[in-house]
Design a protein. Structure first.
Length: 58
C-alpha cells in the first residue's frame, strides 16, 4: 500500500512538473512573439503610409 501511494505521488508530481514546464515554455514563446507582433503592426502601418523603411516581420 505504501508503494502504491508513493507511485501515485510520483505520477502526480511528474504531471505537475510537465504542466509547469509547458506553461513556462508557452510564456516564453508569447514573450518572444510579442515584439514580432508589434513589429508586424508597425510595418503594416508603414506600408499603408507608402514607406517600408525598416519593416521586417519575424
Amino acid at each position: 500500500a505504501a508503494r502504491a501511494g508513493a507511485t501515485r505521488r510520483a505520477v502526480v508530481l511528474r504531471q505537475f512538473f510537465f504542466w509547469y514546464q509547458h506553461d513556462t515554455q508557452l510564456g516564453l514563446a508569447r514573450r518572444a512573439s510579442l515584439p514580432c507582433l508589434v513589429l508586424f503592426s508597425s510595418s503594416v502601418g508603414a506600408e499603408h503610409a507608402g514607406s517600408l523603411r525598416g519593416a521586417q516581420v519575424c
